[in-house]
Design a protein around this ligand. Structure first.
Ligand code: GUN
Length: 284
């Protein structure tokens, strides 16, 4: 039997409706949640991502400020903007869109963001908090994946999860989140010698490599749950993930499509993190 689809658009809509209610509660207490999105340069993909983030904010009633700068902006100027946003009481979340131009040290910029406004969850303080189980913002994409597993009622305790990819943005935080839910976690990467050996043992597979068809049906245990974080183009220029969707859906119990799977959840979790930050100001 073909796998059930985990519909990221539908789940996002559900969570965004709840987010809209939280916005109203905050407003009733005199807080208008605000997100600043900073874009440097004219990377076309980044422009689309940023536009979608701003649009999603509008949809739920979060005030968004978009700051667009020429690619020639200096690192010092960008750091000064981040510092100004750190001090801005109307801004609860700061997102500096990556990649940044080559002359800017992205890590330095991320570390300049106040951890309490780090709604991307990329600051070392956020990464450390996730690793140790302390409160902090979780990176949006793996957080969205966890929400999808929660939505289908999946209990990770004692299950074997295989994460393919070890980026700081997805693979590594994903592994930490799965571990925190008592899964046994294997992280595979470009130097893994026999990927199929690992994936065949997995109850849950998260593919986050950025390479088409990294996971095919012969690599998946019947009944496994497959989450596809990839965003690639096929030979016809159509958006596709890391998973051979048509093949794997015949074997898996649940699978996320691309588009309409993990992608919309990433933006939704950004909204959720921004709201959590705004709510924190009530307790400060
Ligand atoms: N570039 C691609 N994805 C992301 C993201 O989630 N956050 C930021 N800041 N930049 C990105």
């Amino acid at each position: 039997m073909a796998a059930q689809l985990i519909d990221g658009n539908a789940l996002s809509q559900l969570i965004r409706t709840q987010a809209g209610e939280r916005v109203l509660q905050l407003q009733a207490r005199g807080v208008k949640p605000g997100l600043a999105v900073v874009l440097v340069g004219d990377n076309p993909a980044s422009q689309v991502y940023v536009r979608n983030k701003v649009k999603a904010c509008e949809q739920v009633g979060i005030h968004s400020v978009m700051e667009k700068y020429d690619a020639s902006l200096s690192q010092a100027e960008l750091l000064a903007r981040v510092e100004a946003l750190n001090q801005d009481k109307h801004i609860h979340g700061i997102l500096v869109q990556l990649p940044l131009p080559a002359h800017i040290d992205a890590q330095k910029v991320i570390e300049a963001i106040a951890p309490e406004k780090d709604v991307d969850g990329f600051h070392v303080a956020s990464a450390g908090a996730l690793m140790t189980g302390l409160p902090g913002y979780w990176p949006c994409t793996p957080h969205g994946c966890m929400k999808m597993l929660e939505h289908i009622g999946y209990n990770l305790r004692g299950k074997h999860a295989v994460v393919i990819g070890r980026s700081n943005i997805v693979g590594k935080p994903m592994a930490m989140m799965l571990l925190a839910q008592n899964a046994t976690v294997t992280v595979c990467h470009s130097a893994t010698t026999d990927l199929k050996h690992h994936t065949l043992q997995a109850d849950v597979i998260v593919a986050a490599v950025g390479k088409r068809n990294i996971l095919t049906a012969d690599m998946v245990k019947p009944g496994a749950v497959v989450l596809d974080v990839g965003m690639n183009r096929d030979d016809d220029g159509k958006l596709c993930g890391d998973v051979d969707f048509e093949g794997v859906r015949q074997v898996a119990s649940h699978i996320t499509p691309v588009p309409g799977g993990v992608g919309p959840m990433t933006i939704t979790m950004l909204l959720v993190n921004t709201l959590a930050s705004a709510e924190q100001t009530l307790h400060a």
